[in-house]
Design a protein around this ligand. Structure first.
Ligand code: O7E
Length: 213
């Protein structure tokens, strides 16, 4: 994933036609496509391969199982052309390491989640989850654009690891705030794919990211 516009598209649409329409409109403004369950369940897993021909794909299956099952899930994603995967850390270091090994390090670990409920269980252990991401050899963490001060705090724990940050737009976070706080990339879904002009929305976000640099 080349760090150019610092935007990862969260492609949470539920048809191949919508996916292609949005990706064609925004591909010049985003650095990667994040694929989650809605699109995979709607269109089938080969959408990973198809999208990977256009942009780097991050498979966001929020993998959260025992080490062996984690390994099997990651292998399925990587064999279809994913560049990276996202896992949860609350399952413990052996489960995260299984993902890291199977993805050859290309793993992002979820820390504090961006929605209001993220404060309930994930926020109190987010520092530990960030430390686990680092010790397990992950590529980076997921941290909330809705709470930029938490991005800054988690950055101190992980050092040079990457931060990808959801919560911009529909969830109330601002792109420039997240980047200024230390995010490497923002993750944006509805503010792009639900916009009347997804290309224009992505371009405006790319311009706003530059303000935060
Ligand atoms: O709110 P949107 O529409 O911009 O979509 C945000 C995307 O980021 C969506 O795919 C959601 O599943 C994901 N996300 C969060 O919104 N909050 C989190 O705390 C974590 C994620 C996530 O993607 O985790 C892995 C990056």
């Amino acid at each position: 994933m080349q760090k150019k516009n610092r935007i990862i598209l969260a492609l949470d649409v539920t048809s191949r036609a919508d996916a292609m329409r949005v990706v064609e409109a925004v591909k010049g403004y985003v650095d990667a496509i994040k694929i989650n369950w809605p699109l995979v369940l709607a269109t089938g897993p080969d959408i990973i391969r198809e999208m990977s021909r256009i942009k780097d794909v991050i498979c966001d299956f929020k993998i959260a199982d025992i080490p062996n099952t984690n390994k099997l899930i990651v292998e399925q994603a990587m064999s279809r052309g994913a560049s990276a995967v996202i896992c949860h850390g609350f399952t413990g270091d052996d489960s995260v390491k299984a993902c890291v090994d199977a993805a050859k390090g290309q793993v992002f670990v979820v820390t504090e989640m961006s929605h209001p409920g993220g404060k309930q269980f994930t926020a109190p252990v987010a520092d530990k989850l960030a430390a686990l991401a680092k010790s397990a050899g992950a590529r980076g963490i997921v941290a909330p654009a809705t709470r930029p001060e938490r991005i800054a705090a988690l950055r101190k724990i992980i050092g040079a690891l990457e931060i990808i940050s959801p919560g911009v737009g529909a969830q109330g976070g601002k792109a420039s705030d997240a980047i200024r706080a230390g995010a490497d990339y923002i993750i944006v879904g509805r503010a792009i794919y639900d916009a009347p002009d997804p290309g224009g929305a992505a371009k405006a976000l790319a311009d706003e990211v530059k303000e935060g640099l």
